[in-house]
Design a protein around this ligand. Structure first.
Ligand code: ADP
Ligand code: MG
Length: 319
């Protein structure tokens, strides 16, 4: 039997839900609710660039889908289905078992069944491509260009832990097994708020996920919306694991650290109570961190009211 067919049959052929045509035909078929548009996004993960060669394959299977679910959440879209393409230099059954099991576990949790993909041999290194499809009412989608002057700026979850874990693993920070233990879950097992993202559709204005760091990513909303923002540094939700670390290190991780599969979104001040209730219903932490203003650009203010320079030495590393 062709080895690729064998791998697909063994690891990636779970039946699709009722009403779907899943793995095994030339195309998958699936329904989209009336009045909705299809929201799609794809992410490529390359060994040595997006993940370490020795990373736990279970974490990788989870993260490959999680980073895509994060994009659906940031659009306010409900997950519908996903595709997985894999290019592998060799067949490692333990690796494939762990990878596929945790991929399916998150797919089940998010209601985002795997309905197709592609599997090939690679000449060097593992390459993983996941495509998600979701549905959203087009007038309710959380577009980057939709922020309005006077909106509150909110953040889900907390900031900084994934960046500290990454820097520890890259030996950019001194060896600290306790700190790594406390932070690496944020890096390797992110859980984007796909349910809350959907709940925000039609409530919030603009949203995105913080994959490249808050200061940079919020800039995309501000540019697309033609406005600026004022944030209070002390209001930002710092991951508890970072307590007691050097304040400059924390500041860089919080403002510029990426890999945060959480949302930054803007919403009218009149929606505060509703947003807090929706977050409570999803058992999700949400924090109001500032507001959208007319003057372009991002200003993050320290406790004394001075603006924290975002282009100073500590941030060069991330550019
Ligand atoms: P084709 O030649 O039409 O591209 P393939 O032989 O590549 O078909 O794939 C056979 C079936 O298995 C298709 O339905 C495809 O979507 C599915 N498939 C292949 N690789 C994967 C994978 N990694 N995960 C899920 N489905 C897969
Ligand atoms: Mg194929």
């Amino acid at each position: 039997m062709n080895i690729e067919f064998d791998l697909i049959a063994r690891y990636f052929s779970r039946p699709a839900p009722c009403g779907f045509l899943g793995v095994g035909d030339d195309c998958a078929l699936f329904p989209v609710a009336a009045g909705h548009h299809l929201a799609t996004s794809t992410d490529l993960l390359v060994e040595g660039r997006h993940f370490f060669s020795d990373v736990d394959p279970a974490a990788l299977g989870h993260k490959a889908l999680a980073v895509n679910l994060s994009d659906l959440a940031a659009m306010g879209a409900q997950p519908v289905a996903c595709l997985l393409s894999l290019s592998l230099p060799a067949v490692d059954h333990d690796w494939l078992t762990a990878f596929s099991q945790s991929f399916y576990a998150l797919a089940d949790q998010a209601g985002c069944p795997l309905i197709g993909g592609d599997t090939t041999r690679s000449t060097a290194g593992i390459v993983i491509s996941v495509t998600v499809m979701g549905q959203v009412r087009p007038d309710q989608a959380l577009r980057r260009a939709a922020a309005q002057v006077g909106d509150d700026v909110w953040i889900t979850g907390d900031l900084g832990a994934a960046n500290i874990a990454l820097r520890l693993l890259q030996n950019e920070l001194p060896y600290n097994p306790d700190l790594l233990e406390a932070t690496r879950r944020a890096l390797e097992w992110p859980l984007p708020p796909w349910q809350f993202g959907q709940a925000l559709a039609g409530v919030a204005h603009a949203a995105l996920d913080i994959s490249d760091g808050l200061a940079q990513d919020i800039g995309h909303i501000l540019k697309a919306s033609g406005c600026g923002a004022e944030l209070e540094y002390l209001a930002l939700p710092v991951a508890p694991a970072l307590q007691g670390l050097d304040s400059q290190l924390v500041q860089a991780a919080v403002l510029a650290g990426g890999d945060v599969y959480q949302l930054c979104f803007t919403a009218a001040a009149g929606e505060r109570a509703r947003i807090l209730a929706l977050a409570a219903a999803s058992s999700l932490q949400v924090t109001r961190v500032g507001r959208v203003v007319a003057e372009p650009g991002l200003r993050v203010r320290a406790a004394d009211g001075t603006v924290i320079p975002l282009d100073k030495a500590g941030f060069d590393h991330f550019s």
